[in-house]
Each structure stands twice: as structure tokens, then as C-alpha cells.
Design a protein around this ligand. Sequence first.
Ligand code: AHG
Ligand code: MN
Ligand code: MN
Length: 345
Amino acid sequence: MFTHQPTKRFITLGQFIIERQSDFQYAKGELSRLLRDIGIASKIVNREVNKAGLVDIIGDFGVTNIQGEDVKKLDVYANEQFINALRSGGECLAIASEENEDLVDIESEVSKNANYVVCIDPLDGSSNIDVNVNIGTIFSIYRRKEGMTGPTRLEDFMQKGTEQVAAGYVIYGSSTMMVYTTGKGVNGFTLDPSIGEFCLSHPDMKIPEDGSIYSINEGNYAHFPRGVKDYIKFCQVDDKATNRPYSTRYIGSLVADFHRNMIKGGIYIYPSTGKSPNGKLRLLYECNPLAFIAEQAGGVASNGVKRILELQPEALHQRTPLFIGSKKMVAKAEELLRNAVEKVV
Ligand code: AHG
Ligand code: MN
Ligand code: MN
């Protein structure tokens, strides 16, 4: 006799977004459509990322392939995909992208009454494309400031990270995942390539309060501030009771390093250096979105002194030092930074 076995219900990203629409205080549907558009573009980018190893056969990115066609650099290609998806979706007014010096105004009939702006790093970790190592996309969504009408202005983007209505990242890894928050926790979706859908795989993600992984480009050690050097030494001390020495893990793709630490517990640091006093990472489309996710998952993100989400942006491509991850680890790094400053004074 055949008895029907109930199967575990799987939830696609599209279903999840619709189910959670009521969490959102503004017009229902607008944010859902934005997230849907970003999800669609990321699947197209994922397809191309998966082909990146075929460069010897189909031609290198950025050069002409054997059919005489131009093969775009993958980060430029990704940028175009996200812009196109947001343009045709109709909910986005303008985009700030790592790949464009100025704002990208979406001048289309369908988006003239749109209320949102998007900040995006279309391809993060691009130095890892050619070597089959994880890369990602990072995005952040803001509602246009109250009372602002007409063409988008820079002010629409000069909002603190606390004003984000949604933020997320896609990691193109051994599997492809999309992780996002709308300010009600963090959820992760894994792409099932057989059906082409992101499926809820990591509901209500939380960063462990403490961890034993530190991620920093130690090659720059000589140029780090005293407090950062002290923190690295702290991580390396042999002390069983506190699980030290910690392990170093550094991929060189912020998304991938952050994602690992988010699941296992850890800290990612890109500090100021002698050469770059504001570090390397960009506030609008790298630090703010990940800071929003980190906080929503119970973690912390700071520039060493102040909460990332409270920094006032002054330029589209502004940089900031970043200390992000498990609460206790970031607190310890901040403490050693403070102590180092006191010693100098
Ligand atoms: P992008 O590829 O978008 O320019 O970002 C690269 C960033 C980030 O992903 C990574 O963590 C960091 O640069 C690595 O920098 P270093 O090589 O200086 O460590
Ligand atoms: Mn980046
Ligand atoms: Mn990039």
C-alpha cells in the first residue's frame, strides 16, 4: 500500500519575500520587487561566474574571444546585469556602484515614481575571479529621504547606515547563497541549480558571540596602527582557557571572509594603514550593508571607535576602517585600540 510521506516544505526566496511583506512599514510590494530584481541579476552573474574557468576556451575577460567578440571583464558584466535588472524593475531611482564614479540615474518611464536608491559592489573579491576562489556581490537599499522629489541627488545617498531598509550579499562559492535582512533578522538562501531557485537554507542566522578566527591581511603588518598590532599578538597568545591561539583565515574576498566568520564566529579587520588612513573598504556598498547584517545577526561592526552604521557619509566612494564579526572579538579589538591611544597620549 502506498502511504504518502509528508516531505519537508521548501521555501523559495520569492515565496519568503512575499510571506514577509507585512514586516515592511512602507508600500507593500516595492521592496519585494527590488529584492526579486537583485535575485534575478545574481543568478545571471552566477552563470557567468561558473564559466570563469573556461577563459582559455571562450577567451579571457576584457579581451576579444576566438569568435571575435569582446568578452567583458566579469565585474563590469556584473555591474551591467544589476543595473539592467534594477532599471527594468521600476522601483529604483538611482544606483551608487563601485564600478561607476558618479551616480547611475535610472531615467526610465517605469521608475519615475520610484522611492528607493541602491548601493552596490557588483563583484567583490575580483582578484579571486581568475583562481576559482569565492567572490560575491554586496548591496544596500535606502528609501529616498522624506520630501525629496525630482531627479536623484547625492543627498539621497548620504544617509547613515541606520537608515538602510534592506541589505544583503550573494556569495558565489562551492554553492551560491543569498543572505539578506530587512531589519527583522537575517536569512540565507542557497541556489538549487537544478530548479534555478534560491531556497531557504539558513533561517534566522546568528553570529556566535565569540569565535576563534581572525581575518586580516597580515602582509600589511608593518603599516598597522599600534592597537591592531596588539590585537594580532593577543590572537596569537597560547592560552587554552580562552581557546587561543586563534586561527587566521583570509580569503581576500570580504563577502567570503565575512560569511565564514558569520557562521563559525570570528572577526574580519581591514584597518587604517600608514598608506591609507581610512583603510580600503567602502562605506556605502561594502561596510554599511555588512554592518546591518552583522548587527541583525547579533554581531558588531565598528571603525575601531564608532559604530559603522552611525557614520555620516560624505562621498559616494568614501572609505572606512572596518572591524566586524563576533561581539566579544570586536569589543576586545576596540579595547586594545583604546589602550594603545592612551599609551601615546
Ligand atoms: P573589490 O574586489 O570589490 O575591489 O573588493 C576587494 C576588497 C575585499 O573584497 C577584500 O576583503 C579586500 O579588498 C582585500 O584587500 P587586500 O588585498 O588589500 O587584503
Ligand atoms: Mn569589494
Ligand atoms: Mn568590486
